[in-house]
Design a protein around this ligand. Structure first.
Ligand code: C5P
Length: 239
């Protein structure tokens, strides 16, 4: 289990990230998620800068292309020294294995190879849409479990999933297979566009290995207090 909730840095540019991070005490090192929005705006430099500040990084770029391209891209990304990164399981076992090879090849000697996880079905994909558009006749849950097993077979470390799927995924995979779960809301918080949400304590109870939280922290009146409350709840401590 990863003790710090990962904060999704869903901001349009470095300027907003600087303002947000300046609110945290110097010694509160964070685990942050860098997604497509900020990566495409600022480039790899944003990752290097966050690393220099002492933060750990989940680089959420969801690669999905032919195995050779993904392998080469991962070799480049490995240079950045992130802790976790990801691909789409729909790219196939061969592509996922290639991604892992690229990451391993690109990691500097003696450094930790980033953990690699797979997106199964996006949480924005409904069962009906999946069946009609992807022509998958299984249920959404069956498809998610199948992709999780494919990711494990390819040698990946885990999947991005809803906390509500974590227990089933744990049953179908090895004990240390990571279930990284967004869709977290402290009780009473605004749900936004997330459909299936759980509290940090429930996420822990039902098998999340690590939680990702965005707006409940980034949009809070007091982001530090919001973060600490979520962190404490996740770790089973009261304030
Ligand atoms: O603001 P919120 O807490 O909903 O942010 C959750 C973060 O996790 C966002 O960056 C969102 O893109 C991401 N995410 C998600 N569901 C997935 C994969 C990623 O909510 N299946």
């Amino acid at each position: 289990m990863i003790e710090r909730p990962i904060i999704a840095l869903d901001f349009p540019s470095k300027k907003e990230i600087e303002t947000f991070l300046a609110k945290f005490p110097e010694n509160e090192k964070l685990f942050v998620k860098v997604g497509m929005e900020i990566f495409y705006q600022e480039g790899p430099e944003i990752v290097r800068w966050l690393k220099e500040q002492g933060h750990d990084i989940f680089l959420d770029l969801k690669l999905h292309d032919i195995p050779n391209t993904v392998e080469r891209a991962m070799t480049r990304l490995a240079n950045l020294g992130v802790a976790i990164t990801n691909v789409h399981a729909a790219g196939g076992i061969e592509m996922m294995a290639a991604a892992k090879r690229g990451l391993t090849a690109g990691t500097k000697k003696g450094a930790q190879v980033p953990q690699l996880i797979a997106v199964t079905q996006l949480t924005s994909t409904g069962e009906e849409q999946m069946q009609k558009e992807q022509l998958i006749s299984a249920t959404l849950e069956e498809s998610v479990l199948n992709y999780a097993k494919c990711a494990e077979k390819a040698g990946l470390d885990g999947v991005v999933c809803s906390a509500l799927e974590a227990a089933k995924i744990h049953e179908a995979t090895s004990d240390d297979f990571m279930c990284l779960t967004p869709g977290i809301r402290p009780s009473g918080a605004a749900v936004g566009d997330q459909k299936r949400v759980v509290t940090p304590a429930i996420a822990k109870e039902i098998g999340s290995s690590v939680i990702v939280v965005g707006r409940p922290v980034t949009q809070a009146a007091d982001p530090v207090a919001a973060y600490l409350a979520i962190k404490n709840e996740w770790n089973g401590e009261s304030l």
